[in-house]
Design a protein around this ligand. Structure first.
Ligand SMILES: *Cc1c(COP(=O)(O)O)cnc(C)c1O
Length: 390
């Protein structure tokens, strides 16, 4: 029952006031129009709709230009790109990969696809990504180094890599994390699925890792229907990813010769055609999302009981999803209920992965920040279509 101190009605009003009047408003709808239809029609007319075609190369070129990263291989989805990134980082069956529990399940599934297991570490309340201090404390307390690698002191399992996830498009403290990875001899992989367009002064998401993965799923900042890309500062690594994504087929005009067990992970040309139209919209999406954040911030400024997450100074996130952090975790589900009743389809953060049955037995560090953010966080409707000029 509402009391005079119940902050819920004022929060619902403030959120609704920042948004257009139409209902329902999904969490993140794609923006598609005449440009996408024209690109798709031209692609169909060309006959090149599958895994060979000029649109894939043009899309990869556009991604290279936009991110400044020289190695780009487009894939069927972000999960496939992440699987390739981990494989090429040297993750093997029986290994463990350091990663956050506060992420989409696809991050952990890519580790499992290598036959490896997640090893969960906590995130930072400032960045939402892996916390360098918590990571270092965990490494000092639980691991030992031997000539060729890093091992769990108790189980003897090899710890093969560090995977940082740029949560909701917010970049981690990448200089500190990259320095730690170097010190401990761990290859660094970035799950940048949510972070196309996110930058720090030193570079775009993906600039620190050996390899990283983007996603172009329908709910991401741009979409190819389904799709992803492996990015790397090393063009040769991206070439090896392309080979593995193309059933390791040796280039030849007619012969079918394959030189490794590999995957059918290349992005089809049809999806790349959609991606080319979407890349033209990306700068507008970034602007629209900055305007939406400003509108939420203004609207929520004087409402008690919650605050909008803000990126640390110096970071330029893509603002994929807006995160509202409530003071009182008991308010989260009632607020989600009230917003859904108004057609505002907000969502909680993902259930932390150490609670998922298939990952519950994985080794983990203490995860207090992960648990707290999950308990108090609500992702607000955040699509680029929620601002008039988009
Ligand atoms: C979307 C997403 C993925 C997976 O991408 P798909 O294209 O859906 O396979 C992986 N990690 C994170 C953090 C994501 O948000």
């Amino acid at each position: 029952m509402a009391t005079r101190s119940d902050p819920l009605p004022a929060l619902v009003e403030a959120i609704a006031a920042a948004l257009p009047a139409r209902r329902p408003l999904p969490l993140h709808a794609p923006v598609l129009g005449a440009a996408e239809k024209a690109r798709l029609a031209a692609c169909i007319d060309s006959g090149y709709v599958s895994s060979i075609g000029p649109e894939v190369e043009a899309f990869e070129h556009a991604l290279r230009e936009f991110t400044g990263l020289p190695g780009v291989t487009a894939t069927v989805n972000g999960s496939a790109a992440l699987h390739l990134a981990l494989r090429l980082a040297g993750v093997r069956p029986g290994d463990e990969v350091l990663m956050p529990a506060l992420t989409f399940v696809g991050s952990a599934n890519a580790v499992a696809a290598c036959g490896a297991r997640p090893r969960f570490v906590d995130v930072s309340a400032e960045t939402l990504a892996v916390d360098p201090a918590a990571l270092e404390a965990h490494l000092q307390a639980t691991t030992r180094r031997a000539g060729d690698g890093l091992y769990d002191r108790r189980t003897g399992n090899r710890i093969a890599a560090l995977m940082v996830v740029h949560c909701l498009g917010h970049l981690g403290a990448m200089e500190a994390l990259a320095a730690l990875a170097r010190t401990w001899g761990l290859p660094l992989v970035e799950d940048a699925a949510e972070a196309l367009g996110s930058r720090r002064p030193q570079g775009h998401a993906g600039a620190w890792g050996l390899a990283s993965a983007l996603s172009f799923n329908g709910n991401k900042i741009i979409t190819t229907g389904g799709g992803g890309a492996l990015l790397s500062p090393d063009p040769d690594l991206a070439r090896r990813a392309r080979h593995l994504a193309t059933t390791a087929k040796q280039p030849h005009p007619w012969a079918f010769r394959h030189d490794a067990v590999a995957f059918n992970y290349r992005m089809p040309n049809l999806n790349a055609a959609l991606g080319l139209a979407q890349m033209r919209r990306l700068p507008l999406h970034l602007e629209a999302k900055a305007s939406l954040e400003a509108a939420y911030r203004l609207s929520l400024a004087r409402v008690p009981g919650a605050r909008l997450f803000a990126a640390p100074p110096g970071s330029r996130p893509n603002r994929w999803l807006q995160l509202l952090l409530l003071d009182d975790p008991d308010l989260r589900d009632p607020l989600l209920g009230a917003l859904h009743a108004r057609g505002l389809l907000a969502r909680p953060l993902w259930e932390p992965l150490h609670r998922a049955p298939m990952y519950a037995h994985c080794t983990r560090a203490p995860l207090p920040v992960t648990v707290d953010l999950h308990a108090r966080g609500i992702c607000l409707p955040s699509g680029a279509d929620l601002v008039e000029a988009a």
